[in-house]
Design a protein around this ligand. Structure first.
Ligand SMILES: Cc1ncc(COP(=O)(O)O)c(C=O)c1O
Length: 308
């Protein structure tokens, strides 16, 4: 994705060429993984007239929360962060769908307790839209357990947390699957390495609650709103047992990057009929219409990038 990143990177208040956007190997960001970030999506409108960033405010609030929990000694206002994101997309003139990475990291040469100086970077990469058929996943319930709030809080979107995601992902790929599904320390279903999970049982959408070792996902919240306000289905947020994955009628992963990715098989067992479920397809159709400005659930969800 990053090879195609826009030519200009927003780095500590300046737009610099891609090749110059570097941090030193002795920064706490590199040495201890002292880095938090957001992955945010820009979408071309369906009528082709513009580009909107989807749920920018919620992503920025989560970045602020991540910095706060990790006691960063500099925070940024929502206005400052909004401007950095918009400037980056505008400077690169990205008028297609895109993936934006906004990252706040600890610079300098400090040791373990360093909370600053804080650096901020933003990149934008154009991305192609993909049909839901191209995003189906065969999942493995991984033997690696999900990190926990008591030791490595998944609520913080820290780069270091993705070590856990990688362990499950590389195991799943080595074993012939696409994605891991992690269980919590208590053995309940949590999420994948980079997306939240919904299952459907008898027409009821069910997703692990926010205390089940998940990132408090913006897309998960969007799904809850779409189910309640468009599809007239009340979703349950509760513990999910591993065996419920095997008897679910449908399952899907959701996240800014994953959008809606149907899980068609878990541990070699088909989910439902083993294809894309009817409700999964309906939720994707609605999501796609919402992010492209064709269906309105909440007008505050779309931030226009260009004036013309
Ligand atoms: C571990 C994890 N869970 C869930 C998500 C989905 O979060 P969001 O919908 O806010 O993108 C992500 C997204 O990056 C993630 O990394």
């Amino acid at each position: 994705m990053y090879k195609s990143a826009g030519r200009l990177v927003h780095l500590d208040g300046e737009l610099v060429p891609y090749e110059e956007a570097k941090v030193h190997i002795l920064t706490p960001a590199v040495k201890y993984g002292a880095s938090v970030f957001e992955g945010i999506c820009g979408y071309a409108t369906r009528d082709g007239g513009g580009v909107n960033i989807f749920r920018l405010r919620e992503h920025l609030i989560r970045l602020q929360q991540s910095m706060h929990i990790l006691r960063y000694d500099r925070t940024y206002s929502l206005e400052e962060l909004t401007e950095v994101v918009l400037d980056t997309v505008r400077a690169n003139d990205v008028r297609t769908d895109s993936h934006i990475r906004l990252q706040a990291h600890v610079l300098g040469e400090g040791l373990m307790g360093a909370c600053g100086p804080v650096g901020l970077s933003c990149t934008v990469s154009p991305r192609e839209s993909r049909a839901i058929e191209d995003r189906t996943k065969r999942a493995q319930v991984t033997s690696w357990r999900r990190i926990d709030d008591a030791s490595m809080p998944p609520r913080v979107k820290a780069a270091a947390n993705y070590h856990n995601g990688r362990l499950g992902t590389v195991q799943a790929r080595a074993d012939g699957y696409d994605e891991p599904i992690f269980l919590t320390q208590a053995g309940k279903v949590s999420e994948s390495g980079g997306a939240c999970l919904f299952i459907l049982r008898d027409g009821v959408p069910i997703t692990p609650s926010v205390t089940q070792g998940i990132l408090e996902s913006v897309t998960r919240d969007t799904m809850l709103r779409i189910f309640a306000e468009v599809l007239e289905r009340r979703a349950a947020e509760r513990e999910i047992d591993r065996t419920e994955l095997y008897i679910a009628d449908e399952a899907f992963l959701c996240g800014s990057a994953y959008e809606v990715s149907p899980v068609v098989n878990v541990d070699g067992m088909d989910v439902g009929a083993g294809g894309i479920g009817e409700i999964t397809r309906a939720v994707w159709d609605t999501y796609e219409a919402v992010v492209r400005g064709a269906t309105n659930v909440d007008p505050a969800w779309l931030t226009p990038v260009f004036d013309d």
